[in-house]
Design a protein around this ligand. Sequence first.
Ligand SMILES: [Zn+2]
Length: 110
Amino acid sequence: MSTNTMTAPNTLTADAVESIKKVIQEQKKSPVDPMGLCDRCSKNAKSQFLLPGHETPLLFCAHHMRAHLGGLMAAGPVSFWVAAEDLWTVRGVEVPAQNHRRSGDGLTDA
Ligand SMILES: [Zn+2]
């Protein structure tokens, strides 16, 4: 038995990691319906995956997106969108530095 046979929630192929990197580098505004809810819990959805044969995308919160990312990518999504800041725990994906950290006092706009 190798460790590869263990259930690993974030098992991503190299191709999947490349696809995700490409999407998070090119994506701009989230297409996720701001009123959309995660398909697995009732939190706000922050990512979506349109799988082959489906007309509407699956919506996931950050937690469930990470939990199912390996399987979703293995399904070969027609299109998908993930929030880059939610991928920080996913191995192999380098999240680009972003400028929208919480601003200290909320007043500085520089
Ligand atoms: Zn969820």
